[in-house]
Unconditional design. Sequence first.
Length: 98
Amino acid sequence: MHVTLVHVRVKPESVDDFIAACRANHQASIQEPGNRRFDILQDPEDPCRFMLYEAYVSAEEAAAHKQTTHYGVWRDRVADMMAEPRRGEPMRGLLPAG
């Protein structure tokens, strides 16, 4: 399984809009055939800090996600909300298997 941990820090005034944009992206992403999880996490101590946990069957399926319309809409919608550039951290999912 191919996992990406996406670290995001948003501007304080953009938190609610960021969550709304992520909700729409999440709902479409979990419908992708290679998707296994697409979680949106918010730091309870710093509400401007988020992590997106994206798990796909393979690196190819994860790359295909970046070609979807909903990803492009999300990327463009949240670009000005970022307090700093987002950072993706690739991981190999071991358990649960498949």
